[in-house]
Design a protein around this ligand. Structure first.
Ligand code: CO
Length: 287
């Protein structure tokens, strides 16, 4: 048997593990062309805090972590600035990040006062009551502002487009151990969306919002969006489960050279990347 194949009883164990593992969405990684401008926009207009920053001159990049709470409890954004790269292609597959705010109009006014771009004025969603708006950052990443009461996790959505919703949801349920919280078909606008994630519901945790546009099977990935990171107690079992469900392992499980944090990485059936990070190693990184 090839070393990349897994015996059937091992597959069962791995899938069971994926279901019961201690998992949480840790952060979303993407590239920006001007770190200072982006940090200013996120902190001044969107109300995020700059949590940490690390410059790796020998590799010619800088990371900045921003969010609404500490990294050991909250989902955050990890921005990468590559020295000298000022522009990225966002692609057609990435949708938006969702942010729950108490007053959408107030945030939109702030964005306008700072010269930011509003691509959809505040107003109720079609056929619903909740107030939303869309704004765009310096690089063209869209943020959906969703009016909600205070929540422990304001950074509440990462929307990605997929070519087959059932296939995608099944993958995130089985291989990632996520739950489907909600599915909504919008025949008028020819799309179906599904909210999948960890935790109890889509209002107190971050979800992946998967969107299927009728008839569209393929999207471009661009060069800007990177991946989400998910915490796990065992990257080795995780990789087995991912592989058994049709995920493509792009990094075999094991410690990263230099920092010894154990990770594994995969592509989902649509080619979206995720990295699983060992929980204990991640906690050490934050110390
Ligand atoms: Co959304």
């Amino acid at each position: 048997m090839a070393s990349t194949e897994t015996a059937p009883h091992d597959v069962e164990t791995a899938l069971q593990f994926a279901k019961n593992d201690k998992r949480r969405m840790l952060h979303v990684v993407y590239r920006v062309g001007d770190l200072d401008k982006t940090i200013d926009f996120y902190t001044e207009c969107l109300g995020m805090k700059l949590l940490r920053k690390r410059d790796i001159p020998e590799e010619k990049y800088t990371n900045a972590f921003l969010g609404y709470g500490p990294e050991d409890t909250n989902f955050v954004v990890e921005l990468t600035y590559n020295y000298g790269v000022e522009k990225y292609d966002i692609g057609t597959g990435f949708g938006h990040f969702g942010i729950a705010v108490e007053d959408v109009q107030k945030v939109v006014d702030k964005v306008k006062s700072k010269g930011g771009k509003v691509t959809r004025e505040p107003g109720p969603v079609k056929g619903g009551k909740s107030i939303i708006a869309f704004v765009e950052d310096h690089d063209g990443y869209k943020f959906e502002l969703i009016q909600r009461p205070p929540t422990p996790e304001p950074l509440c959505q990462v929307m990605l487009r997929v070519g087959d919703l059932d296939r995608a949801v099944q993958f995130y349920e089985k291989a990632f151990g996520m739950k489907e919280f909600r599915r909504r078909d919008n025949p008028d606008q020819k799309y179906t969306l599904a909210m999948v994630g960890y935790g109890d519901d889509e209002y107190t945790t971050t979800v992946l919002e998967l969107t299927y546009n009728y008839g569209v099977k393929e999207y471009t990935k661009g060069t800007g969006y990177g991946q989400i990171a998910v915490g796990t107690n065992d990257v080795y079992e995780t990789a087995k489960a991912l592989r058994a469900c049709g995920g493509k392992i792009t990094r075999e499980p094991g410690p990263l050279p230099g920092i010894n944090t154990k990770i594994t990485a995969c592509l989902d059936p649509d080619g979206w990347k995720s990295v699983f990070v060992d929980n204990a190693d991640f906690a050490k990184e934050l110390e």
